[in-house]
Design a protein around this ligand. Sequence first.
Ligand code: IVH
Length: 675
Amino acid sequence: MAVDEKIIKRVEELRALIEYHNRRYYQLDDPEISDAEYDRLLAELIRLEESYPELATPDSPTHRVGAPPLEKFASFSHLSPMLSLANAFTEEEIIEFDHRLRRFLGSGESITYCGEPKFDGTAINLVYRHGILEVGATRGDGFNGENVTANVKTIPSIPLSFAHKYPKPPDLIEIRGEVVMKTEAFKRLNRKREEAGEPPFANPRNAAAGSLRQLDSRITAKRPLDFFAYGVGVFPEGLFNTHWDIITTLKEWGFQVSEHCRRLATINEALEYYRSINSVRDTLPYEIDGIVLKVDPLFLQERLGTISRSPRWALACKFPAHQETTVIEDIIVQVGRTGILTPVAIMRPVNIGGVTVSRATLHNQDEIDRKDIRIGDTVLVQRAGDVIPEVVKVIEGRRTGKEKPFHMPSNCPECGGEVIREEGEAAHRCMNPTCPAKVKGAIIHFASRGGLDIEGLGEKLVNQLVEKGLIKDAGDLFFLRREELLPLERMADKSVDNLLSAINRAKHPSLARLINALGIPLVGETTARTLAEHFGSLEAIEKADIEELTQVPDVGAEVAKEIKEFFAQPKTKDLIAKLRKAGVIAEGEERKKEELIASPFFAGKTFVFTGALSFMTREEAKREVEKRGGKTADYVSRRADYVVAGEGAGSKLIKAQQMNITILTEEEFRRRLEE
Ligand code: IVH
């Protein structure tokens, strides 16, 4: 039976809407709707495509969320080989490259080049038929790669289709580029992983490559990957005349290309370009390890051809590596909140590209064994961009025989508790549930920005509170008294007041924050949010069995088991009892219990807050609106009825004025509440 016209229309409308909001969010960095509203649109489209499979298309934005896991990746033969690049490490070698090409071409004239950053990520080949993405594959050996199409479709900056763009897409084209993880996104991801007790990635390149090659593309979908296009494989003859044409057309088709691509008239301009990109290298949002020079006219590229799997017409000009040698003076062991022991190299301080480096994480015993790192070794250390330093390798020729191998201690350096490495795990863990490192780590996590965000409660203060026996878990924070805090180091009347009121203000977190704050192993911010949405109260999560838990999107058997075990522990029960006694209630839970207030002014209206309110927090204000039947949004859009402008209101206020949305001062808003 043919599908109802209305449904077809709605599906098309949803696709257009979702693509529009994707663009606002990912490309313009200026979202118009909240994450929750976006999720609702996507959920509706997924539901319709499931009910009417005949409406599914390969370029539907529903592919952005990933697909069920594969057993293994299929192999994919690239339509044209993915070549590699010859390298140059000095300016002399760059000049020699230009001489070589001119000799080869027998030409006295300057060659024009394109210069672009050499991205430090992982190469990918995208096959588009009639402008619709058909296959995404890794480089592999250059001839055959892995088919990672489902994963590639989750990357927001990879167009699923450019069928309706100008110039008209050819029947078949391969688009080549690099999948990268921007430095900030990489740091955020690693912070989250550490918070959830998972091992961090060594650098953005590994994070990008590892995330792309997940058999479960729903995991890839959650990783902040980006794509920069830098060239093409097969394409119809005559479509482009120069590399510059290729870059500009890719941009017109909606691909992200580096804003630093330049056309260079001579090799001298190329050298200047090389120096200028090197000087801005550390300020770029992604990591690069050099520039790539490419001969611009394609007819010259063709004449120059390829030798030993590298094109003669392109050159990777590497930047001097941010690497130095130094000596490992010691290896210490740090204990994290989940009890994982992390070995850290303490090195003779060394300046690497303007930054002094004296520590580097060695991750775990396997990593130390693999690199055969010993105390006293001279090692090569590198710093990529502004990211965490890394021990690259041991300089074996500098060994004296006095170096000492390192072994993880069998007792925890913090508490002396037993240390165990579970089968199949890379990490060693302290098994003592009351290990002070775990207790302190858990409290710091509880109070951190992703948790209850208690201002002023940092590591130093938590250490003092635990060491003085004033608190044993995060629940005790809410029972701290002035006279207990005053004698502590760097605490005076004012700072004690501030701390106590920050603790008091933290009593009504969102449920997602509260779950995240508890520090359940393997549950980070994202899973906390899905759990909150699914269950709606802490109590419901506590009571849920494994089966119910695994019904939550992205909660697998392993995570479900961790959640169950966490809530079964007596110390968790204690903690939750203390939180309840202190009146810590997650927002949604409280709302259910609160009486709704009838208010014709608020009912059905959408409010956006901007600037600081002086008489209540923004969260409280939102609750008050919702109690009266109103809605709140995080962004100004046509759907907003009122914008409440507090002190220091910024861009939202301007936008509201431009859009003619009624603006309420804080005073007016308060009067309305009191009506
Ligand atoms: S062009 C025929 N351009 O570097 C030339 N490659 O050895 C093929 N890469 O893994 C590559 N940035 O993924 C080209 N702007 C850029 C690049 C770039 C990074 C990577 C590429 C490959 C390696 C080449």
